[in-house]
Design a protein around this ligand. Structure first.
Ligand code: CU
Length: 317
């Protein structure tokens, strides 16, 4: 084990310094920044405990080491010490309280509209997780995207999370914390991007074969660029059909897609009694009742080409 220590240490150092997968430490919005501040505070608190404990440990081992003088020393019998008992009960209690208060405050703060943007009208985007893609519906604009979501900067985005199949987890590390997307129910998550850029998002809840490829991009644009994109989509994107939507839901990995209209006109998987597809069997049954067989064409888990999707870490446009 010892001979692996140095290479492993260097590898983790390289990963840390190059910032690969360390995007949590590069927040681009108020929610992610609050979380990072909490992480930094916790690290400092824990480092303080480690430093004090190890310093005491080294000092005591050195001070009470065996020497020629104390070789035959026999300690007296101790009966306990109330002062010491109180000290080592109260100090940890204070540490736990010091960690709890900011944790609770941040936990509640990130549930709310991002601080400083309370006056700005939020945009609602429905997020539907499926095996193994992310579907974004804009009810106000009546457009839908797959595996990418464009948002205007400095605007609170209310993501309404649900799943058309098993439980998945929605996470955009540079914008906020992760939250579960579950079928027949809805979770809400406010995110806000302060600057234009492309931020990686992904599923963090293992859900089978295509899990590794289940990522998406959040593309933050200036308000003017966002409006222009919406108009472009309205003029050029194909209209979503129910048949096409069912093709998209079929387990597999797909690239980016853009449509006019949303699937919410037929189904919102967040509704308590909405149709959901927990097993591949349920998809097969759906297609059989339609007299179709899409298994061969759509059940792929090949990674997407970089042109169609993929991610880059926190690169700004
Ligand atoms: Cu990476």
């Amino acid at each position: 084990m010892k001979k692996y220590f140095l290479p492993l240490f260097l590898l983790s150092l390289v990963m840390f310094l190059t910032g690969c997968e360390m995007v949590v430490f590069q927040p681009e919005g108020p929610q992610a920044r609050s979380i990072l501040e909490l992480i930094n505070f916790s690290i400092v608190m824990m480092l303080f405990v480690i430093v004090v404990v190890f310093a005491l440990f080294i000092y005591i081992v050195w001070k009470y080491r065996e020497t020629a003088k104390n070789k035959d020393y026999e300690p007296e019998e101790e009966k306990g010490s109330i002062a010491l008992e109180i000290t080592w009960t109260v100090i940890p209690l204070l540490i736990v309280i010091a960690l709890t208060i900011p944790t609770v405050l941040v936990t509640f703060a990130v549930e709310d509209v991002p601080k400083g943007y309370e006056d700005k009208e939020p945009i609602t985007i429905h997020v539907t997780a499926a095996d193994w893609k992310w579907i974004f519906s804009y009810p106000e604009e009546d457009i839908q995207t797959v595996n990418y979501v464009n948002i205007p900067i400095e605007t609170p985005i209310l993501f309404k999370l649900t799943s058309a199949s098993t439980m998945q987890s929605f996470w955009v590390p540079q914008l906020g914390g992760q939250k579960y997307a579950m079928a027949n129910m809805e979770n809400e998550l406010y995110l806000l991007a302060e600057r234009p850029g492309t931020f990686m998002g992904r599923n963090t809840n293992f859900n089978g074969q295509g899990y590794a490829y289940m990522d998406f991009d959040v593309v933050a644009k200036t308000e003017a660029d966002y409006e222009k994109w919406v108009q472009d989509v309205k003029q050029t994107a194909p209209t979503l059909t129910e048949e096409k939507y069912m093709h998209i839901l079929y387990p597999g990995v797909v690239g980016r897609m853009t449509f006019n209209e949303t699937h919410l006109q037929w189904v919102n998987h967040a509704d308590h009694d909405a149709q959901i597809f927990l097993h591949q069997e349920t998809y097969r049954n759906y297609y059989h009742t339609k007299g179709e067989g899409y298994e061969r064409e759509y059940n792929t888990i090949e990674p997407r080409s970089s042109e169609e999707g993929g991610h880059n870490h926190g690169k700004r446009d």
